[in-house]
Write a new protein. Sequence first.
Length: 476
Amino acid sequence: MKKTIIDFLVENKNKGNISFHMPGHKGRSDIYEKTGYGEFLRDMISEDITEIPGADALFCPKSTIRAVMENYASLYGVRHTELLVNGASAGVMAAVLAGVREGGKLILGRNSHHAAFSALRLGGINPVYLRPLMNEKYGLQTSISPEELIVACEENPDASAVLITSPNYYGMLSDIRRLSDIAHEFDKILIVDQAHGAHLRLMDYEAEYRQNKLRKTAAEGLGADIVINSTHKTLLSFTGTGILNICSDRVDIDSVSEKLRMLQTTSPSYLLMGSLDMNERIMRNHGMEIMRSWKSDLSYFYKYASKIEGATLVDSENFDPSKINISMVKLGITGEQLEKEIRYRGIIPEMVHGEYVMLMTGAGSKRSDYEELLDALESIADGYGIGFNKDRQPHSKIDFMLGVTSIPREKEVVPLYASEGRVLYEPIITYPPGSPLACPGEIMSIDVITYISNAIQRGEKVSGVDEEGQIFVGKR
């Protein structure tokens, strides 16, 4: 019999690997035990219920669920919070569909998540793509340029909303204050996909109140109108959970709630919602301590990792250091090879991107995790001359310049190799991170076709290309 999900989960648990990937609890129960929620974890079978009397209902929250929503709104300092049990993906789609009329226009970063492109198709919405800036030093996509947003707003006065991803998958932050000012100047709402930054509001609080240092990186404090957070990615709720924060009166709360009722399950898990409640309580009562320890551990890691010969660490002013991006290409080690070496030493990263391995830290990370990672990196650096192919040239993700037209209404299937000049119907996306190589409405070029083909041959997970190497394009 083939191995199934339970087989893998048990096998993975028994390996005792160190998690530098989602979710934020890192597979540890001790942080819940220490904060008083061990009983909740131990009794989950009996707590797996439906909408029995007194349990409240997510589609019409009036008591217990409403209290959790209000607690989150208070914690993040926002007007209203919705609970997400279909991930931040449902939140992104609901925000877009509530903020843009059917057939309207959305200005969005080209590095947006798959969910944004799903919303475009569901709402018949026309995209206006913003190209993220590139950091030449690190070879990574960074922020969305305020100047480019101004041009897009001037050229598209009929667009009703702007969608920005910040931080992006690599931890790069956009200037949300400036972008929100521009969006509002042109009478548009700003939606921020902050899926990878649920911790930023709490980090800001810690910096302000514990270090007497004003720090604002979270979109909730920088003028955004809607902010979507994946609390499971870096905090302590369970996988698939998140929150949608409505921050201003420019947004119709009822419209957002209606769209969420269309997109979320009618049988929400009370275990997932309970984990959201647990996460909020832990962050309210212990968040300062957790954030302070997390920051201290990150400072420790970067201090010593920067001394490892041949290691390049991403670190810049507008960057969330909880995402550790490291390359050893100077030693002739490609990103793929580095990941294999790290995994061999019992540490599981989040992903490989080009020459870099990205390791996600979280509220459940411990100092010992960082120490083990440092030992692994030093060991790899010391032995780089043995077992590594120094002649191999590392690949990097390319920032493709593709032509753009309207998203097709009808589709047909063509082989990837024969798609040059065709208009893409469905995004082609690598997982992780879930951001596109080519977007709906873009015109396929030979460069992007070649890159996608090579990515598949390298064994990368590519969505939008079927097992026979075919893709969806607009019907002729």
